[in-house]
Ligand binder design. Structure first.
Ligand SMILES: *Cc1c(COP(=O)(O)O)cnc(C)c1O
Length: 377
């Protein structure tokens, strides 16, 4: 099955009991047992629910792994993955990972003895230099937020294999439509399915796919023990979102190209960050490891005042955190998603006060460009 077919017919295709073409919402907590311990594979919905299972089978198929898991949010998914490790283990994590990932590692899991070094994972030597005898995993996001820095997944995977480390990739920005980390050598892939996979700003969810039976067994044990599961209604919404992932991702990228070309053509923009630009430092790695460049971009308008003016004046871009939905979203990382990072550190990371991030939606690009034009004037 090719990818677009898999998005629609992968996992559990419809309902074998009635012929319904979509998976039903099994709004149920428990299941009748014919005798003690005799059941049809379901005992209690924290342990397993047919709608959630259909969603888990679908993400497993489209990421090409051994088993999928659906959680109540991206952070619940990431937390469950961290729980595969032990007190005293050391992680190497991208220095520009999602703020919530940074927060859970540095304020919650640190108290349980997980030690973390944050490095620029787009520089393989920084990853290598951070390895010590306690290191057990590397966690990265590529392209990263908000500067779209690209990490070389196969190169980091080789390094991990040589040192016996697990490679965990947060594939939220690319989605399995453009990039499949497990095929590139990663061991575990995680998603905030709240973003492109759901795609419509109407569900909060997280997904994990693992590549081997042992991790699958252990992660199911953690999912069942800690209980941060995705409910059946949200699992159903996610399946529904994933069916159109292909057409949406293509349209997001087409619109993004139009906007990037427009911004690059302006002389009053300091910089445009998009891995699809041939002068982007990660362009070639991105071309090797992914099939597309995605729908996220950022650009520097020079000052905090000008950035605020743009945000005040835009009509079709919604001022909001989050990304990956049908509606275009706009934000100023220095004041919003990255506000908790000290200004000196932000400057080191290259997150200037005039930096604007856009998640390009599916409106007509002519309207989006006209809107940016009037807001920048
Ligand atoms: C949003 C996001 C998360 C967290 O996901 P939630 O669904 O909000 O819990 C993790 N990683 C990335 C890259 C994200 O964008």
């Amino acid at each position: 099955m090719k990818l677009n077919t898999k998005l629609i017919h992968g996992g559990i295709d419809g309902d074998p009991h009635t012929g319904a073409v979509t998976v039903p919402i099994y709004q149920v907590s428990t299941y009748r047992q014919e005798g003690v311990g005799e059941h049809k594979g379901y005992e209690y919905s924290r342990t397993g629910n047919p709608t959630r299972f259909a969603c888990e089978e679908l993400i497993k198929d489209i990421e090409g792994g051994q088993r999928g898991f659906a959680f109540s949010s991206g952070m619940a998914a990431i937390s469950a993955v961290v729980m595969l490790f032990e007190q005293g283990d050391h992680f190497i994590v991208g220095d520009d990972v999602y703020g919530g990932t940074y927060r859970v590692l540095s304020t919650v899991f640190n108290r349980f003895g997980i030690d973390v070094s944050f490095v620029d994972t787009s520089r393989i030597n920084q990853v290598e230099d951070a390895i010590n005898d306690k290191t057990k995993a590397v966690f990265l996001e590529t392209p990263s937020n908000p500067l779209l820095k690209v990490s070389d997944i196969p190169a980091v995977a080789d390094l991990c294999r040589a040192h016996g480390l697990k490679l965990i990739v947060d594939n939220t920005f690319m989605t399995p439509y453009w990039q499949n980390p497990l095929q590139l050598g990663a061991d575990i892939v995680v998603h905030s399915a709240t973003k492109y996979l759901g795609g419509h700003s109407d569900v909060v969810a997280g997904l994990v796919v693992v590549k081997d039976d042992e991790s699958a067994e252990r992660l199911h044990h953690i999912q069942n023990s800690t209980g941060g599961i995705l409910g059946p209604q949200d699992a159903w919404l996610l399946i529904r979102g994933i069916k159109t992932l292909g057409v949406r991702m293509k349209a997001h990228e087409e619109n993004t190209r139009e906007i990037v070309n427009y911004l690059v053509s302006r002389t009053d923009i300091q910089a445009v960050f998009y891995p699809g630009l041939s002068d982007h430092p990660g362009h070639q790695v991105q071309q090797r490891q992914a099939r597309g460049f995605g729908g996220m971009l950022s650009f520097d308008v020079g000052s905090a005042e000008r950035a605020e003016q743009v945000l005040r004046k835009v009509k079709y871009f919604t001022l909001a955190e989050s990304l990956g939905a049908v509606e275009s979203l706009i934000s100023v990382p220095a004041k919003m998603t990255h506000a908790s990072i000290p200004p000196e550190r932000r400057a080191e990371l290259g997150i200037s006060d005039g930096l604007i991030r856009i998640s390009v939606g599916l409106e007509d690009s002519e309207d989006l460009i006209a809107d940016l034009e009037q807001a920048l004037a």
